[in-house]
Design a protein around this ligand. Structure first.
Ligand SMILES: Nc1ncnc2c1ncn2[C@@H]1O[C@H](COP(=O)(O)OP(=O)(O)O)[C@@H](O)[C@H]1O
Ligand SMILES: N[C@@H](CCOP(=O)(O)O)C(=O)O
Length: 309
Protein backbone atom coordinates (compact mmCIF):
# COMPACT_ATOMS: atom_id res chain seq x y z
CA UNK A 1 0.00 0.00 0.00
CA UNK A 2 1.41 3.39 -1.05
CA UNK A 3 -1.43 5.75 -0.34
CA UNK A 4 -4.34 5.83 2.09
CA UNK A 5 -7.33 8.14 2.51
CA UNK A 6 -8.92 8.16 5.95
CA UNK A 7 -11.79 9.65 7.92
CA UNK A 8 -10.47 11.00 11.22
CA UNK A 9 -13.38 11.68 13.56
CA UNK A 10 -14.24 14.51 15.93
CA UNK A 11 -14.38 13.55 19.60
CA UNK A 12 -15.94 14.81 22.83
CA UNK A 13 -13.46 14.96 25.70
CA UNK A 14 -14.13 15.16 29.45
CA UNK A 15 -17.83 14.10 29.22
CA UNK A 16 -18.61 16.34 32.22
CA UNK A 17 -17.09 14.51 35.20
CA UNK A 18 -14.07 12.93 33.42
CA UNK A 19 -11.74 15.90 32.90
CA UNK A 20 -8.68 14.81 30.90
CA UNK A 21 -9.52 11.08 31.18
CA UNK A 22 -12.87 10.32 29.54
CA UNK A 23 -13.91 10.85 25.92
CA UNK A 24 -16.04 9.47 23.12
CA UNK A 25 -15.91 9.33 19.35
CA UNK A 26 -18.37 10.94 16.93
CA UNK A 27 -19.54 9.50 13.63
CA UNK A 28 -20.91 12.34 11.54
CA UNK A 29 -18.14 14.90 11.73
CA UNK A 30 -14.46 14.49 11.07
CA UNK A 31 -11.54 15.44 8.84
CA UNK A 32 -10.31 13.55 5.81
CA UNK A 33 -6.62 12.98 5.28
CA UNK A 34 -4.56 11.46 2.48
CA UNK A 35 -1.14 10.11 3.37
CA UNK A 36 1.28 8.68 0.80
CA UNK A 37 4.75 7.21 0.82
CA UNK A 38 7.56 9.28 -0.72
CA UNK A 39 11.12 8.34 -1.71
CA UNK A 40 12.44 11.38 0.16
CA UNK A 41 12.65 10.72 3.87
CA UNK A 42 10.84 13.02 6.30
CA UNK A 43 7.33 14.43 6.63
CA UNK A 44 5.84 17.02 4.29
CA UNK A 45 2.42 18.59 4.57
CA UNK A 46 1.50 19.31 0.97
CA UNK A 47 -2.14 20.39 1.15
CA UNK A 48 -4.46 21.85 3.77
CA UNK A 49 -8.04 22.66 2.85
CA UNK A 50 -10.73 24.20 5.03
CA UNK A 51 -8.79 26.24 7.56
CA UNK A 52 -5.60 28.26 7.66
CA UNK A 53 -3.06 26.09 9.45
CA UNK A 54 0.74 25.83 9.33
CA UNK A 55 2.35 23.70 6.60
CA UNK A 56 5.66 23.28 8.48
CA UNK A 57 5.65 19.75 9.94
CA UNK A 58 6.97 20.90 13.32
CA UNK A 59 4.21 23.53 13.64
CA UNK A 60 1.27 21.36 12.59
CA UNK A 61 0.04 18.72 15.07
CA UNK A 62 -0.24 16.16 12.23
CA UNK A 63 3.45 16.69 11.45
CA UNK A 64 4.62 16.65 15.07
CA UNK A 65 2.95 13.31 15.81
CA UNK A 66 4.22 11.86 12.51
CA UNK A 67 7.78 12.97 13.30
CA UNK A 68 7.51 11.27 16.73
CA UNK A 69 6.56 8.00 15.02
CA UNK A 70 9.34 8.37 12.41
CA UNK A 71 11.96 8.78 15.12
CA UNK A 72 11.05 5.35 16.49
CA UNK A 73 10.17 3.54 13.25
CA UNK A 74 13.10 4.88 11.15
CA UNK A 75 11.42 3.80 7.88
CA UNK A 76 13.27 3.78 4.53
CA UNK A 77 10.77 6.26 3.07
CA UNK A 78 9.07 9.51 3.93
CA UNK A 79 5.43 10.59 3.84
CA UNK A 80 3.39 13.45 2.48
CA UNK A 81 0.18 14.46 4.16
CA UNK A 82 -2.92 16.18 2.82
CA UNK A 83 -5.42 17.50 5.36
CA UNK A 84 -9.02 18.18 4.41
CA UNK A 85 -10.10 19.98 7.56
CA UNK A 86 -13.80 19.87 8.40
CA UNK A 87 -13.49 20.30 12.19
CA UNK A 88 -12.93 23.93 13.01
CA UNK A 89 -9.80 24.44 15.15
CA UNK A 90 -10.68 25.64 18.64
CA UNK A 91 -14.26 24.35 18.48
CA UNK A 92 -13.93 21.86 21.34
CA UNK A 93 -14.51 18.67 19.42
CA UNK A 94 -10.95 17.55 19.03
CA UNK A 95 -9.86 19.35 15.85
CA UNK A 96 -6.18 19.09 16.70
CA UNK A 97 -6.56 15.46 17.85
CA UNK A 98 -8.17 14.41 14.59
CA UNK A 99 -5.07 15.61 12.72
CA UNK A 100 -2.54 14.38 15.28
CA UNK A 101 -4.15 10.93 15.47
CA UNK A 102 -4.99 10.68 11.76
CA UNK A 103 -1.46 11.13 10.46
CA UNK A 104 0.10 8.46 12.70
CA UNK A 105 -2.79 6.04 12.24
CA UNK A 106 -2.42 6.33 8.45
CA UNK A 107 1.38 6.03 8.47
CA UNK A 108 1.11 2.96 10.68
CA UNK A 109 -1.20 1.36 8.08
CA UNK A 110 1.23 2.22 5.25
CA UNK A 111 4.09 0.65 7.21
CA UNK A 112 2.13 -2.62 7.67
CA UNK A 113 0.86 -1.89 11.21
CA UNK A 114 4.02 -2.28 13.32
CA UNK A 115 2.46 -0.33 16.22
CA UNK A 116 -0.57 -1.14 18.38
CA UNK A 117 -3.32 1.36 19.26
CA UNK A 118 -1.69 2.38 22.53
CA UNK A 119 1.62 3.11 20.80
CA UNK A 120 -0.16 5.14 18.09
CA UNK A 121 -1.97 7.09 20.82
CA UNK A 122 1.40 7.83 22.43
CA UNK A 123 2.80 9.32 19.18
CA UNK A 124 -0.40 11.31 18.61
CA UNK A 125 -0.16 12.81 22.10
CA UNK A 126 3.08 14.52 21.06
CA UNK A 127 1.14 16.40 18.39
CA UNK A 128 -1.75 17.20 20.72
CA UNK A 129 0.71 18.70 23.21
CA UNK A 130 1.66 21.32 20.60
CA UNK A 131 -1.94 22.60 20.50
CA UNK A 132 -2.94 22.40 24.13
CA UNK A 133 0.37 22.89 25.95
CA UNK A 134 0.28 19.50 27.64
CA UNK A 135 0.00 15.82 26.76
CA UNK A 136 -3.55 14.61 27.29
CA UNK A 137 -5.18 11.73 25.47
CA UNK A 138 -8.90 12.13 26.12
CA UNK A 139 -9.57 13.13 22.48
CA UNK A 140 -6.79 11.08 20.87
CA UNK A 141 -7.77 7.79 22.56
CA UNK A 142 -11.43 7.72 21.44
CA UNK A 143 -10.39 8.74 17.90
CA UNK A 144 -8.01 5.76 17.73
CA UNK A 145 -9.89 3.15 19.81
CA UNK A 146 -13.47 4.27 18.94
CA UNK A 147 -16.38 4.36 21.40
CA UNK A 148 -15.83 5.66 24.92
CA UNK A 149 -12.34 5.49 26.39
CA UNK A 150 -10.87 6.11 29.81
CA UNK A 151 -7.23 7.14 30.00
CA UNK A 152 -6.15 5.42 33.20
CA UNK A 153 -2.61 6.75 32.97
CA UNK A 154 -0.53 8.86 30.57
CA UNK A 155 2.88 7.64 31.75
CA UNK A 156 2.92 4.80 31.01
CA UNK A 157 -0.06 5.19 28.69
CA UNK A 158 -2.96 2.95 29.62
CA UNK A 159 -6.26 3.27 27.77
CA UNK A 160 -9.41 1.38 28.72
CA UNK A 161 -12.24 0.87 26.22
CA UNK A 162 -15.55 1.50 27.99
CA UNK A 163 -18.68 -0.14 26.53
CA UNK A 164 -21.57 2.13 25.74
CA UNK A 165 -25.30 1.41 25.58
CA UNK A 166 -26.51 0.99 22.00
CA UNK A 167 -29.20 3.70 22.09
CA UNK A 168 -26.85 6.49 23.19
CA UNK A 169 -26.88 9.52 20.84
CA UNK A 170 -24.94 12.74 21.01
CA UNK A 171 -26.09 16.22 20.07
CA UNK A 172 -23.40 18.88 19.69
CA UNK A 173 -23.95 22.59 19.21
CA UNK A 174 -21.02 24.76 18.22
CA UNK A 175 -21.52 28.47 18.82
CA UNK A 176 -19.09 30.18 16.49
CA UNK A 177 -16.65 31.70 18.91
CA UNK A 178 -13.12 30.31 19.28
CA UNK A 179 -11.74 29.04 22.58
CA UNK A 180 -8.14 27.82 22.49
CA UNK A 181 -7.66 24.73 24.61
CA UNK A 182 -4.44 26.17 26.07
CA UNK A 183 -6.32 29.28 27.23
CA UNK A 184 -9.26 27.30 28.63
CA UNK A 185 -6.75 25.25 30.65
CA UNK A 186 -4.97 28.33 31.96
CA UNK A 187 -8.11 29.61 33.76
CA UNK A 188 -8.56 26.42 35.80
CA UNK A 189 -7.60 26.32 39.49
CA UNK A 190 -4.42 24.42 40.38
CA UNK A 191 -5.96 23.02 43.56
CA UNK A 192 -9.44 21.81 44.42
CA UNK A 193 -11.25 21.14 47.70
CA UNK A 194 -11.35 17.50 48.79
CA UNK A 195 -15.14 17.65 49.20
CA UNK A 196 -15.53 18.63 45.53
CA UNK A 197 -13.07 15.98 44.39
CA UNK A 198 -15.09 13.32 46.23
CA UNK A 199 -18.30 14.34 44.43
CA UNK A 200 -16.50 14.42 41.08
CA UNK A 201 -14.86 11.00 41.32
CA UNK A 202 -18.10 9.47 42.65
CA UNK A 203 -19.83 10.78 39.51
CA UNK A 204 -17.07 9.49 37.23
CA UNK A 205 -17.11 6.04 38.87
CA UNK A 206 -20.88 5.81 38.62
CA UNK A 207 -20.87 7.02 35.00
CA UNK A 208 -18.42 4.28 34.01
CA UNK A 209 -20.52 1.72 35.91
CA UNK A 210 -23.67 2.98 34.18
CA UNK A 211 -22.02 2.59 30.78
CA UNK A 212 -21.14 -1.03 31.59
CA UNK A 213 -24.66 -1.82 32.78
CA UNK A 214 -26.57 0.28 30.17
CA UNK A 215 -28.24 2.13 33.03
CA UNK A 216 -29.53 5.29 31.32
CA UNK A 217 -30.95 6.71 34.57
CA UNK A 218 -27.59 6.42 36.27
CA UNK A 219 -25.86 7.98 33.23
CA UNK A 220 -28.21 10.91 33.64
CA UNK A 221 -27.56 11.14 37.35
CA UNK A 222 -23.76 11.01 36.87
CA UNK A 223 -23.29 13.57 34.07
CA UNK A 224 -22.23 16.43 36.34
CA UNK A 225 -19.08 18.50 36.51
CA UNK A 226 -18.66 20.62 39.61
CA UNK A 227 -14.94 21.33 39.10
CA UNK A 228 -14.22 22.55 35.56
CA UNK A 229 -17.62 23.62 34.20
CA UNK A 230 -18.16 26.49 36.68
CA UNK A 231 -15.00 28.19 35.34
CA UNK A 232 -15.19 27.41 31.64
CA UNK A 233 -18.94 27.93 31.26
CA UNK A 234 -18.33 31.64 31.78
CA UNK A 235 -16.51 31.70 28.43
CA UNK A 236 -19.53 30.27 26.58
CA UNK A 237 -22.45 32.63 25.97
CA UNK A 238 -25.84 31.14 26.99
CA UNK A 239 -24.24 27.92 28.26
CA UNK A 240 -26.59 27.60 31.25
CA UNK A 241 -29.70 28.18 29.13
CA UNK A 242 -28.58 25.63 26.50
CA UNK A 243 -27.90 23.07 29.22
CA UNK A 244 -31.22 23.64 31.01
CA UNK A 245 -33.24 23.58 27.78
CA UNK A 246 -31.46 20.41 26.57
CA UNK A 247 -32.35 18.59 29.74
CA UNK A 248 -35.93 19.89 29.61
CA UNK A 249 -36.13 18.57 26.03
CA UNK A 250 -35.18 15.10 27.25
CA UNK A 251 -31.36 14.89 27.29
CA UNK A 252 -29.84 12.55 29.86
CA UNK A 253 -27.31 15.31 30.55
CA UNK A 254 -25.33 18.09 28.89
CA UNK A 255 -22.01 19.81 29.41
CA UNK A 256 -19.04 21.48 27.76
CA UNK A 257 -17.49 19.46 24.95
CA UNK A 258 -13.74 19.38 25.57
CA UNK A 259 -12.60 22.88 26.39
CA UNK A 260 -15.58 24.44 24.59
CA UNK A 261 -17.24 26.40 23.13
CA UNK A 262 -19.17 23.37 21.79
CA UNK A 263 -21.79 21.98 24.12
CA UNK A 264 -22.70 18.29 24.03
CA UNK A 265 -25.76 16.43 25.22
CA UNK A 266 -26.29 12.69 25.48
CA UNK A 267 -29.74 11.24 24.87
CA UNK A 268 -31.42 7.85 24.76
CA UNK A 269 -32.38 7.30 21.10
CA UNK A 270 -32.27 9.42 17.96
CA UNK A 271 -35.69 11.02 18.43
CA UNK A 272 -34.67 12.39 21.83
CA UNK A 273 -31.37 13.66 20.39
CA UNK A 274 -33.33 15.45 17.65
CA UNK A 275 -35.60 17.10 20.21
CA UNK A 276 -32.48 18.25 22.07
CA UNK A 277 -31.02 19.65 18.84
CA UNK A 278 -34.21 21.63 18.30
CA UNK A 279 -34.09 23.03 21.86
CA UNK A 280 -30.39 23.96 21.52
CA UNK A 281 -30.98 25.70 18.18
CA UNK A 282 -33.86 27.70 19.62
CA UNK A 283 -31.57 29.26 22.23
CA UNK A 284 -28.92 30.55 19.79
CA UNK A 285 -31.47 31.46 17.11
CA UNK A 286 -32.65 34.23 19.42
CA UNK A 287 -29.12 35.70 19.57
CA UNK A 288 -26.71 37.08 16.99
CA UNK A 289 -24.33 34.14 17.53
CA UNK A 290 -23.92 31.84 14.52
CA UNK A 291 -23.86 28.14 15.27
CA UNK A 292 -23.81 24.73 13.72
CA UNK A 293 -25.28 21.55 15.10
CA UNK A 294 -24.41 17.87 14.77
CA UNK A 295 -26.27 14.72 15.68
CA UNK A 296 -24.23 11.55 15.97
CA UNK A 297 -24.40 8.03 17.22
CA UNK A 298 -21.33 6.86 19.08
CA UNK A 299 -18.64 5.86 16.56
CA UNK A 300 -17.40 2.48 17.79
CA UNK A 301 -14.75 2.11 15.08
CA UNK A 302 -12.79 5.36 15.38
CA UNK A 303 -10.56 6.38 12.47
CA UNK A 304 -11.46 4.45 9.32
CA UNK A 305 -10.11 3.86 5.82
CA UNK A 306 -11.98 5.59 2.98
CA UNK A 307 -9.75 4.11 0.29
CA UNK A 308 -6.24 2.80 -0.17
CA UNK A 309 -3.97 1.74 -3.01
N1 LIG B 1 -3.67 20.08 11.97
C1 LIG B 1 -4.18 20.89 12.89
N2 LIG B 1 -5.51 20.87 13.14
C2 LIG B 1 -6.05 21.71 14.05
N3 LIG B 1 -5.35 22.60 14.77
C3 LIG B 1 -4.02 22.65 14.57
C4 LIG B 1 -3.38 21.81 13.62
N4 LIG B 1 -2.05 22.08 13.66
C5 LIG B 1 -1.86 23.05 14.55
N5 LIG B 1 -3.04 23.42 15.11
C6 LIG B 1 -3.22 24.47 16.12
O1 LIG B 1 -3.88 23.93 17.27
C7 LIG B 1 -4.78 24.91 17.82
C8 LIG B 1 -6.18 24.33 17.92
O2 LIG B 1 -6.18 23.33 18.88
P1 LIG B 1 -7.17 23.40 20.11
O3 LIG B 1 -7.14 24.76 20.71
O4 LIG B 1 -6.84 22.24 20.98
O5 LIG B 1 -8.56 23.21 19.39
P2 LIG B 1 -9.47 21.92 19.37
O6 LIG B 1 -10.19 21.96 20.65
O7 LIG B 1 -10.41 22.17 18.25
O8 LIG B 1 -8.58 20.76 19.18
C9 LIG B 1 -4.77 26.10 16.90
O9 LIG B 1 -3.89 27.07 17.46
C10 LIG B 1 -4.18 25.55 15.61
O10 LIG B 1 -3.47 26.52 14.86
N1 LIG C 1 -9.26 17.51 28.47
C1 LIG C 1 -8.99 18.58 27.56
C2 LIG C 1 -9.79 18.36 26.30
C3 LIG C 1 -9.66 19.45 25.27
O1 LIG C 1 -10.53 19.13 24.20
P1 LIG C 1 -10.63 20.04 22.90
O2 LIG C 1 -11.56 19.31 21.99
O3 LIG C 1 -11.18 21.35 23.33
O4 LIG C 1 -9.23 20.13 22.35
C4 LIG C 1 -9.40 19.89 28.23
O5 LIG C 1 -10.52 19.95 28.69
O6 LIG C 1 -8.57 20.81 28.30
Amino acid sequence: MNEIKIFSPATVANVSCGFDVLGFCLDTIGDEMVVRKTKDKGIRITKIEGYDLPFEAHKNVAGVSALALMEVAQPHCGFEIEIYKKIKPGSGIGSSSASAAGSVWAINQLLGSPFNKTQITNFAMKGEALASGCEHADNIAPAIFGGFTLVKSCTPLQVLAIPSPSKLYATIIHPEIEIKTAEARAILPKQIALKKAITQWANLGSLVHAMHTSDYELISDSLNDIIVEPFRSQLIPYFDVVKTESIKAGALGAGISGSGPSIFALSKGKAAAEAVAHAMKKVYSKTDINFDIHLSKINMEGIRVIKSN
